[in-house]
Design a protein around this ligand. Structure first.
Ligand SMILES: *Cc1c(COP(=O)(O)O)cnc(C)c1O
Length: 389
């Protein structure tokens, strides 16, 4: 990363009025990163509050069934149920360092909103969450949770009324309120320095995983993670970037390759500028942002973080996809064989290896189990026509 660019990707394609806020954030981030006090405070909250370090679990039953060795990095065991808390606590501490009293954030399914509202309750920060109207209706319980935690939830009734419209509403609020407000962005995307900030706080995942494998003297053959915006994947990949380990990111294949039925930014998308940075994005023929689909709300986004775009072009990471039906299969497969109900996002990474189990025969696979599936039960019930069992 150089000047906010990963090769040709990244940058700061934003209104002039946002530049002071981005510069202030960049300055404070680089200061915090090298500050032992800040890092100790972050780690203390990670360990005592969020539940780190998370275990690496050898999934014995599935390994035997499929003929590979599957290790799961258990981010699903964290407070609020996913890796998102790593980033929200990190950025809330940064906001405190910058003297900001108010936090705003976007949310799609509500997971990032809940993790943000949680950090704000903990640190006594005012909190406003923007959420598309369609999402707010689909995720009523998460809206109520955010409100219980003291956040104000503002429903966005514009465009597709989903995540990308919530991001746009946040950027607009930030322009108007930069003096006292920090925008706590939820994935490794958006204008510089956000991709660096988010991946830094998530890199704790890869650091712990690397330590685990180094103490057993042998690194895995593959590290695999699902890719929405890309934060849990970058977080675990960071721990293995300097090795020979093969890294695979799994996108949402949705229903089919047809436009509007998937979220395969790599392969079906193209280079473009979207929400503040240059990366891959799925566009329509007329150049407008295309509608995307995934059974998993966290992977249902037309853009992807710029570092992933760079890693794809440089071939350090391979990007594959998993269809809805294979992810649902994996959701049940982990539940029934290991007693772990995974998030639908993480189920995409799992679905990809089950589908390609011959290819992975005898290999050692480390898979980032980014979150737990409690939040997805209603979606799975609907997908299966009314019954979970
Ligand atoms: C939000 C979410 C994702 C997708 O976001 P990334 O930034 O790509 O990690 C993946 N898994 C879970 C459990 C999530 O909540």
């Amino acid at each position: 990363m150089n000047n906010g660019f990963y090769g040709e990707y990244g940058g700061q394609f934003v209104a002039e009025t946002l530049m002071p806020a981005l510069n202030e954030l960049e300055r404070n981030f680089f200061k915090a990163k090298n500050d032992a006090n800040f890092n100790n405070k972050f780690l203390k909250y990670m360990n005592d509050y969020a539940g780190r370090p998370t275990p690496v679990y050898y999934a014995e039953n599935l390994s035997e069934k499929y003929g590979f060795n599957l290790y799961l990095k258990r981010e699903d065991l964290l407070h609020t149920g996913a890796h998102k808390i790593n980033n929200t606590i990190g950025q809330a501490l940064l906001a405190l360092q910058m003297g900001k009293k108010r936090i705003i954030a976007e949310t799609g399914a509500g997971q990032h909103g809940v993790a943000t509202a949680t950090a704000c309750a903990l640190f006594n920060l005012e909190c406003e969450i923007y959420m598309g109207k369609t999402d707010a209706e689909r995720q009523r319980v998460n809206v109520e949770k955010m409100e219980m935690l003291g956040a104000k939830v503002t429903v966005v009734d514009k465009g597709s009324k989903t995540l990308k419209d919530a991001v746009s509403a946040c950027l607009k609020d930030w322009v108007a309120n930069v003096d006292d407000t920090h925008y706590l962005l939820g994935s490794a995307l958006g204008p510089h320095p956000f991709p660096s900030v988010v991946s830094h706080f998530q890199s704790v995942i890869g650091r712990e995983a690397r330590e685990y494998f180094e103490s057993s003297d042998k690194l895995p053959d593959y590290v695999i993670a699902c890719v929405g915006g890309g934060s849990n994947a970058i977080g675990i990949f960071r721990g293995f970037m300097d090795t020979e380990v093969e890294l695979i990111g799994v996108e949402a294949g949705g229903l089919s390759d047809k436009p509007g039925e998937h979220a395969i930014r790599f392969g079906k998308g193209q280079k473009g500028i979207f929400q503040g940075s240059h990366s891959y994005v799925i566009l329509q023929k007329n150049g407008q942002i295309a509608p995307v689909h995934s059974v998993s709300a966290g992977l249902d986004y037309p853009g992807v973080g710029p570092e992933h775009a760079f890693l794809k072009d440089s071939k350090r990471v391979k990007y594959e996809f998993c269809r809805d039906e294979d992810a649902i299969f994996a959701f049940y497969e982990l539940t029934r064989n290991e007693g772990i109900i995974p998030a639908l996002e993480s189920s995409h990474a799992l679905g990809y290896i089950f589908k390609n189990s011959n290819f992975f025969k005898e290999k050692n696979i480390l898979l980032n189990l980014s979150g737990r599936g409690d939040k997805d039960l209603e979606i799975v019930r609907e997908y299966r026509g009314g019954s979970l069992s």
